[in-house]
Design a protein around this ligand. Sequence first.
Ligand code: UDP
Ligand code: MG
Length: 318
Amino acid sequence: MNISIVIPLYNEEESLPELFAWIKRVMEDNGFTYEVIFVNDGSTDGSWKVIEALCAKHREAVRGIKFRRNYGKSPALFCGFQAAQGDVVITMDADLQDSPDEIPELYRMITEEGYDLVSGWKKKRYDPLSKTIPTKLFNATARRVSGIKNLHDFNCGLKAYRKDVIKNIEVYGEMHRYIPYLAKNAGFTKIGEKVVHHQARKFGKTKFGGLNRFFNGYLDLISLWFLSTFGVKPMHFFGFLGSLMFIIGFIAVIIVGVSKLYAMSHGMPYRLVTDSPYFYLALTSMIIGTQLFVAGFLGELISRNSTERNKYQIEKTI
Ligand code: UDP
Ligand code: MG
């Protein structure tokens, strides 16, 4: 099979028939063998009915996965990825904002130009400013942190992957925003971009409004950064900070002690060590330093016990 199309959806009943008809047209015009996997993320409208009807009519091309409740876009993608069988896997949103006409070119970039992952770039976006401005900031940060300098639009729903990629990454929580980063961490470095057409939402409204998407997005980025740099060696992070704090504290102790001894032995007026600000500095730094060290040891213990500890990406064995 050439292509699997994975479509996560939450309450998108109006769009589905049109979306499928459009995909089918594109696929048939290009002679691709394909499957469309609709992942119904706990919709409360009639989306599942529509998927069942599509499936009954196009048994060979349509598959459906129904979640009992709403888990989010990442879990939906994860389950879609597990089920996908095509050589190239394409994800797209169900709301008709992404155009199926991009599929042939995305497929060509993966199969002929050798990309592992090609992300869409909604260069001209039809979303309200309240979405586009935070997105610009978010993308700039993600580019820096991930080191994937050539991507303008991390969170574009329309992406194409070589099958290996999606079978070897684990999208969870709200990590769908950072799939290119996940792929890079798994060793898939040929990541490209294609400018794609974007349309205003035709039916319904966005499922990702509000401010917390912004904060959570940044927190997720920090977790990913931490996991990818120190995930298997937490002591390198905590141990470094801990030592630094401890050394600062130790130097402060020396200053306090030596200056008092010096004053005493030279018959100068001296005061209690607890009157010196350095005393408190030394105290807190040494305590924090020790705690960071302990955190590092605990982190090591946890990572030794994790089931992932010996999970490496092996590309080939012969
Ligand atoms: N979606 C989902 N589960 C959710 C929220 C959204 O599967 O909990 C789907 C949604 O139905 C759509 C895609 O994720 O197919 C992108 O959502 P949306 O279009 O609302 O996001 P936006 O384009 O506004 O960023
Ligand atoms: Mg959308």
